[in-house]
Ligand binder design. Structure first.
Ligand SMILES: *Cc1c(COP(=O)(O)O)cnc(C)c1O
Length: 381
């Protein structure tokens, strides 16, 4: 195998301890595992997540729920779908007690129909449109919504009332997010006045759970924080502000390593790899590492990326290829074929963080993580 991703269980234990302490005891955490558990790998991540106490997982679509259900081990574990359920998957979803977001009348009618057909209740989270302008019921829909839900009480459980904030990780969205909060609370009150109460209310992703603690309500939907990353630098600063101890409480779970495949010497004045983007200014020793953009090592890291070898931080030379990169090992004495190359993670005193990696390649942490292909083997430490 050309590279391995390792998940550190001890780091997850720390993060869960931190989150449980940060939120109130009786606030439930739904562990968001869409995008192959943010690239960590569902089949490796879920067992350790269950072992540290998570019992509620969220995915985006029914396809992801099908992958998830295969690796869930505990019978009490609940699954929620926050986005797409194809009509053809509705019966499967309902039959497997998977709850799902419903954001328009067509879906609601289809869910009711499928539930009647199965003779089993659909577990529905009503999503409210509060200003993100993606999905959700509008205020003008509420009367008809209440009427439909009441009429079909036998087939629909009002499991949740939810919304999603549009960019709580940045203060530049402050006004918009405040408006969303007001709108959610208002619509929620209107529903209650019409005699409808959800089993639980949930609105917060990671950033909102820190910026809007009053909106944690019954459950928070936490993705990026559990994996040890802040949704943005800004949210990290916001968390630190006013705290005595200014250290990062989160621990990264993920590390990614490959190995040196070959080593050679080149002379001053030669170009390395495709084209002419890297010209050797001196005699150099270079090594080839068998990972490239097809493995999620972005092409924009060409002549920019850094990796660790034998405790040294060293540079990517030339263009990132589909399946390999070339790195500078001139100053690394004793460097040898099969030496570990750390692409993300620690080696000795140095660390390549996902954020430095993603800043250089101009991607979000979120994007970089979820682009790590599922074909890279994962192991748990
Ligand atoms: C992805 C997602 C989350 C989790 O977001 P993080 O920023 O990773 O915590 C929460 N809610 C919804 C609806 C999402 O799509």
């Amino acid at each position: 195998m050309s590279s391995v991703i390792t998940l550190n269980r001890a780091a997850l234990i720390e993060n869960v301890k931190f989150l449980k302490h940060l939120y109130h005891e009786d606030i439930r955490i739904s562990s968001v595992v869409k995008g192959n558990a943010y690239g960590h790998g569902l089949s490796s991540y879920i067992p350790i997540a269950e072992s540290v106490g998570f019992d509620h997982f969220s995915v985006y679509c029914a396809d992801e729920a099908k992958e998830l259900i295969k690796v869930v081990q505990k019978p009490e574990t609940e699954i929620m779908i926050m986005g797409h359920v194809d009509y053809s998957d509705l019966a499967w979803v309902i039959d497997n007690n998977i709850s799902f977001f419903v954001f328009d009348f067509m879906r609601l009618e289809l869910a009711i129909e499928a539930a009647q057909h199965l003779g089993k209740k659909a577990l529905v989270h009503i999503e409210l449109e509060t200003g993100m302008n993606r999905t959700g019921f509008d205020e003008k829909d509420l009367t008809q919504l209440v009427e439909t839900l009441k009429r079909n009480e036998e087939w629909v459980e009002f499991t949740g009332l939810c919304t999603h904030f549009a960019g709580a990780e940045s203060i530049s969205n402050y006004l918009r997010v405040q408006h969303q909060k007001k709108q959610y609370l208002h619509m929620s009150k209107v529903l209650e006045e019409m005699g409808l109460k959800p089993k639980m209310k949930h609105t917060c992703c990671s950033a909102a759970s820190i910026r809007l603690p009053e909106m944690r309500l019954d459950m928070v939907r936490i993705g990026i924080l559990q994996y040890g990353f802040w949704p943005s630098r800004e949210i990290f600063i916001e968390y630190l502000k006013g705290r005595k101890v200014k250290i990062d409480p989160l621990k990264r779970l993920i590390s990614w390593e490959s190995k040196i495949m070959s080593i050679k010497h080149i002379e001053m004045g030669e170009f390395i790899g495709y084209g002419t983007t890297f010209l050797a200014q001196k005699d150099m020793k270079i090594a080839v590492v068998p990972i490239g953009y097809s493995h999620g090592f972005s092409r924009s890291l060409s002549n920019q990326g850094r990796v660790l070898v034998r405790g040294h931080r060293t540079a990517v030379l030339g263009i990132v290829n589909m399946n390999c990169i070339t790195i500078d090992v001139t100053d690394i004495e004793d460097v040898a074929i099969n030496d570990t190359v750390t692409l993300i993670g620690k080696d000795g005193e140095h660390e390549i963080t996902v954020s430095s990696f993603s800043e250089l390649s101009d991607q979000l942490n979120y994007e970089l993580l979820t682009r790590l292909p599922s074909s890279i083997p994962r192991k748990v430490k």
